[in-house]
Design a protein around this ligand. Structure first.
Ligand code: SF4
Length: 316
């Protein structure tokens, strides 16, 4: 799956990667932000709304006030051009369902033709044969389809409003068109009882890569019973707290830029409402946003006291 990534390694990409790593190490050692590199990877949001209402997703639950919007192809191209030639890896998702933007295959092709490895994660409810065919001609590097259940009954408890058969059909189409497919299943109280059935279903569909993923929770809904299926532990009061120690460092802040449909640059993919936005690429340059004062201050806070930032306390 990652051969495409290796095939497109260039001098400028390696030099930028090394510069970002050195900046990260120096910043961690000195507790002061030192960054002299462009982003290695990016997450760009094709659409900021969704066709489902998943209970742990602020977009699905409409907790963030925003107008439904799709990214235009010309804005997308502008962001990619600014990130090249250093950009190596592109996630075409953030909030919302990416396939609600009909230009998605064209965006993937634009980035892929320029040597950028592309990845899309989808709930699979909008995958038709026409879309999958266009995807197969786009040069996509990785397609993640989320299948959180072995039947409509269990699936819809998390994927509220979703159609299990449509997702299974989307997976079959991805297999038929030989796409670089990864099926992902969130470990929930429902799915942890169905692991064998989900494995069997994926085997029957011809899926080569199936990943069970520990979920992020904001409340107790669908929390798995088995501690091994959780990235949290219970404290004395029974509340969920992160399993590991939260260290005052964050590689993502030195390597990955997030760009939403409006051109805002949230601090990271956990900054879902762009509360800690570094600026906007529609009225400032990439350099001014990525290396600007807001970004520097935010990185500085994480280096000195990560737990003072709300979003960082649920990031494990
Ligand atoms: S939530 Fe905080 S620690 Fe996690 S990726 Fe974002 S900035 Fe880094």
């Amino acid at each position: 799956m990652y051969e495409k990534l290796l095939k497109n390694i260039t001098y400028s990409r390696i030099a930028n990667y090394i510069a970002a790593k050195v900046s990260y190490w120096c910043s961690n050692l000195t507790n002061d932000v030192y960054l002299n590199a462009k982003p290695i990877s990016a997450s760009i949001e094709p659409a900021n709304y969704c066709n489902l209402s998943c209970p742990h997703c602020p977009t699905g639950r409409k907790l963030i006030e925003k107008k439904d919007k799709r990214l235009t192809i010309s804005d997308f191209q502008g962001y990619i051009d600014a990130l090249l030639p250093e950009l190596m890896y592109l996630n075409l998702y953030f909030q919302g369902e990416p396939f609600l933007n009909k230009d998605l295959p064209e965006m993937i092709k634009y980035a892929s033709d320029r040597g950028v490895f592309t990845c899309v994660s989808t709930n699979g409810n909008a995958l038709t044969e026409d879309v999958v065919k266009r995807l197969s001609e786009s040069g996509i590097g990785r397609l993640i389809i989320c299948l959180d259940g072995a039947s409509q009954d269990s699936y819809q408890q998390y994927r509220v409003g979703g159609d299990f058969d449509r997702v299974v059909n989307g997976i079959s189409l991805a297999v038929k068109y030989n796409l670089p497919l990864e099926v992902q299943c969130l470990l929930l109280s429902t799915t942890e009882k169905e692991i064998d059935e989900i494995k069997e279903l994926c085997k029957d569909l011809g899926v080569k890569r199936l990943v069970f993923k520990k979920a992020q929770f904001y409340d107790e809904y669908l929390v798995p019973e088995s501690p091994k299926n959780l990235r949290y532990k219970r404290d004395a009061s029974g509340a969920l707290v992160p399993k590991g120690k939260l260290k005052n460092k964050c590689w993502r802040l030195f390597s990955t830029i997030v760009i939403d449909v409006d051109g805002n640059v949230p601090a990271c993919c956990f900054d879902k409402s762009a509360k800690y936005s570094f600026g906007n690429l529609n009225n400032s340059s990439l350099r001014d946003v990525w290396l600007g004062e807001k970004a520097r201050k935010f990185r500085q806070t994480i280096l000195r006291k990560r737990t003072s930032v709300d979003i960082c306390n649920n990031c494990i």
